[in-house]
Design a protein around this ligand. Structure first.
Ligand code: KIV
Ligand code: NA
Length: 266
């Protein structure tokens, strides 16, 4: 199988919605591979996998190891590494140093980074040097400390004007796509219509060019009560029942049974 490229993703605009999910591990990537156009190794793993309170504490080294695992697990999906807090904001040179390292060491095809107009110069610097960039505006989890929490964006005129300015700046800088997170209707529709590049929504309405969710959220394996998460399964409950049964079986010596037991030859 041939792995999807940035071009394969971008040419879907106007044709059909782009399908994407997060993945952090090889087995999950393998399981999602045939259904998604791309997989994002999101810095949300800080919370979902590592139990941290925000995405602030995750390192580039950690992101690189998980992206290697996802690349091993998925053969068809394009894989994108999410640049963590502190790895790209200081200067465009710092961003290139770290983004190029991400591509070199993992084999992934693109990076994502949070920020709009303020990151345009950095995005242009990366794209001119052959690092494809997906931007991320609206609710930016890495800005949690300046925003004082997580709030849906685009609810007032000032925020809307800023986000449209950000979107155009990102496009002009050469990003191939942009994540719109936590954006109130009808702003995502307006941005998607005005931009030539691919918009990927999360909590941003069905009018985006594609959708992404954190896979553990939609599987019911992470306690999210966000309105935008549709729970397609209750994997947490399945695990709970299985582990409870195992514990009961061990205590009552039902497990292991003869068929789980090795015997020496007579
Ligand atoms: O870190 C992440 O999982 C993300 C997506 C939700 C867009 O940034
Ligand atoms: Na992220």
């Amino acid at each position: 199988v041939r792995r999807n490229t940035v071009r394969d993703i971008t040419k879907l605009k106007g044709e059909r919605p782009v399908v994407s999910l997060t993945a952090y591990t090889a087995p999950m990537a393998a399981q999602l591979d045939q259904y998604v156009d791309f997989l994002l190794v999101g810095d949300s793993l800080a919370m979902v996998l590592y139990g941290m309170e925000s995405t602030i504490g995750v390192s580039l080294d950690t992101m690189i190891e998980h992206t290697k695992a996802v690349m091993r697990g998925a053969q068809k999906a394009m894989v994108i590494l999410d640049m963590p807090f502190g790895s790209f904001e200081q200067s465009k040179e710092q961003a290139f140093e770290n983004a190029s390292r991400a591509l070199r060491e993992t084999g992934c095809a693109a990076v994502k980074l949070e920020g709009g107009a303020a990151m345009a110069e950095t995005i242009q610097f990366l794209v001119e040097r052959n690092v494809p960039v997906m931007a991320h505006i609206g609710l930016r989890p890495q800005a949690v400390h300046v925003m004082g929490g997580y709030r849906t964006q685009g609810k007032n005129q000032e925020e809307r004007a800023q986000m449209i300015e950000d979107a155009f700046a990102i496009q002009k800088a050469g990003a191939f796509s942009v994540v719109l997170e936590g954006v109130a209707e009808p702003l995502a529709a307006e941005i998607t219509e005005k931009l030539d590049i691919t918009t990927i929504g999360i909590g941003a309405s069905p009018d985006c060019d594609g959708q992404i969710l954190v896979v553990e959220d939609m599987l019911g394996y992470f306690p999210s009560n966000a309105k935008f998460v549709k729970r397609y399964a209750e994997v947490g409950q399945v695990i709970d029942q299985a582990v409870k049964q195992y514990a009961d079986d061990v205590k009552s010596r039902i497990f292991p049974a003869p068929e789980h037991t090795y015997h020496a030859k007579k």
